[in-house]
Design a protein around this ligand. Structure first.
Ligand code: SF4
Length: 244
């Protein structure tokens, strides 16, 4: 049984204390497959995806809304109730304090999950020993990234991160949010390329344009039935859809 909790007045400041936390989901069963988890939303992202709806988390200079000590106090009280903690964002790997924060959370006995856009493959490589599961966004083929993220070379980084993860033993889910104008054939081509590379766990996410960064982004008209008919889903051990 784990019953001790942190004492906020006496706990020493650590490298992890620099992590700027923008929000916290205290309990979720959908953010780490098969586990009850909390989600720590990290502040900051260098990309500006047209469909992004986490706009409060994009500013990399924003102050923390929840201190690291408060976050650890909460987690230390939930050790018997939660299995895992997911670091999400924004983009967690933009923050240098992430590894120290993961180390501290892992020391409490939690599995560690990461939601990432893959913008920093070298940092991701260094984080591997701390990770149990990663949800990696592969937004498109590499050459199509800039149209989505508004950042040159973002696709090269994301696909390099995919290689890092496929060459590791960390459990991986690849996710793609569907741009509204994509055809089922385009989506199937991306899915099949990922399967060719060895992705076994793939998720397609509907594009929610209601709170999108780009207010001109048209509403999505994808039919789930049409999509799934075009994709050879049996090439994946696990194929899921969200938001349709
Ligand atoms: S990667 Fe794109 S969708 Fe994700 S937080 Fe950054 S801007 Fe938003």
């Amino acid at each position: 049984m784990h019953t001790a909790s942190l004492n906020l007045t006496t706990a020493p400041l650590t490298a992890a204390a620099a992590l700027r936390v923008g929000g916290l989901t205290r309990l979720t069963s959908i953010d780490y497959p098969g586990e009850l988890a909390a989600v720590i939303f990290c502040q900051g992202c260098a990309w500006r995806c047209r469909y992004c709806h986490n706009q409060d988390l994009l500013d990399s200079d924003a102050e923390a809304r929840i201190s690291w000590l408060e976050t650890m106090e909460f987690l230390s009280q939930r050790r018997d109730l939660l299995d895992a903690v997911v670091f999400s964002g924004g983009e967690p790997t933009i923050q240098q304090a992430l590894a120290a924060a993961m180390f501290e959370v892992r020391s409490l006995g939690f599995k560690i999950g990461l939601h990432t856009n893959g913008a920093y493959p070298e940092r991701l490589q260094r984080l591997l020993p701390l990770l149990d599961w990663v949800g990696l966004d592969i937004k498109a083929f590499s050459t199509e990234y800039t149209d989505i993220t508004a950042v040159t070379d973002s696709g090269r980084a994301a696909w390099q991160s995919l290689s890092v993860l496929l060459n590791s033993s960390v459990a991986l889910e690849v996710r793609t949010t569907l741009m509204p104008h994509w055809t089922p054939a385009q989506i199937a081509a991306l899915a099949h390329h990922l399967a060719d590379l060895g992705v076994t766990n793939y998720s397609l996410q509907a594009c929610d344009t209601s709170h999108a960064l780009d207010s001109q982004l048209p509403r999505s008209t994808h039919s789930l039935t049409e999509l799934v008919a075009e994709i050879e889903t049996t090439r994946f051990t696990r194929f899921t859809t969200r938001g349709f």
